[in-house]
Write a new protein. Structure first.
Length: 263
């Protein structure tokens, strides 16, 4: 089948990497599996061999979706959706005790992750997510405070998920070979924290305001967020002369919490 560049179709063909991905799940027959972008089913076949309770496949490409439906037509516990993951209500589809897999299109991988981070029910039905990202994006999602890759996506991810494992995947493991290397991240939902954020979009807003001026001191950004910004900074014990990347994740969560209280 002809691959579509517009859909970011690079098929994972390295069986050792496929096995390494699945090795992150123990007692596989006790889980429901959910796979995004299965393509021709290289990972899917190995997932089926692990005998999950059920398997849901989300494939945007009509030809691939049709191919998968025909290939697994006799498997009663497999359901294939020919849908765009960004348009789908995935929260309602994911069963309790699920593991989510995805070799994600590079151009929308962050959007897909954000969709999972914004689930209304938390902790969610899924036990873990195992996603393939472009290495550069993976480094940003994984980044800790003070790392050169630390920024919005790492702060937002850290609010709701821990990274429990990560490993490098060479561009040579795909067909056609992409121009960049990849990274697998294994993400596990966190329990609700002491700091309460009512709406994830407010955390997005706060990080956007601050990191849009990432090389400048935070005083002007704070002025945009809070009316009495000097008093607020003192209350939060934050120095207005530092830059955004010097704020810890907890600083961002406390800023967002106070922003929600005042608005």
């Amino acid at each position: 089948m002809k691959l579509k560049k517009s859909l970011g179709q690079n098929l994972l063909i390295d069986k050792n990497i496929i096995k390494k991905i699945i090795s992150n799940v123990q007692n596989t027959n006790s889980y429901n599996f959910f796979e995004i972008g299965p393509g021709t089913g290289n990972l899917t076949e190995e997932l089926i061999n692990k005998r999950p309770k059920s398997l849901v496949l989300i494939e945007k490409d009509k030809k691939f979706a049709g191919y998968l439906k025909n290939k697994f037509i006799k498997k009663k516990n497999i359901k294939v959706y020919n849908e765009d993951i960004l348009d789908l209500d995935i929260e309602s589809l994911i069963k309790p005790n699920s593991v989510v897999f995805g070799n994600l299109p590079y151009n929308i991988s962050s959007q897909i992750l954000m969709k999972f981070l914004k689930f209304s029910k938390w902790p969610p039905n899924f036990e873990k997510i195992i996603f393939m990202f472009q290495k550069e994006v993976g480094d940003k999602i994984l980044a800790d405070h003070k790392s050169k890759n630390y920024g919005r996506i790492s702060i937002i991810r850290n609010w709701r998920m821990d990274v429990t494992n990560s490993f490098f995947v060479s561009k040579n493991c795909f067909y056609p070979k992409p121009k960049v290397d990849s990274m697998i991240l294994v993400l596990k939902p966190k329990e609700i924290k002491k700091i309460t954020i009512k709406n994830m979009e407010n955390l997005e807003k706060i990080t956007q305001i601050l990191f849009s001026r990432k090389r400048k001191m935070i005083n002007k950004a704070f002025k945009l967020i809070f009316s009495d910004y000097i008093k607020t900074a003192k209350e939060l014990k934050i120095d207005l002369n530092i830059r955004p990347n010097q704020l810890t994740c907890n600083d961002f969560y406390k800023i967002t919490q106070l922003f929600e209280k005042q608005n």
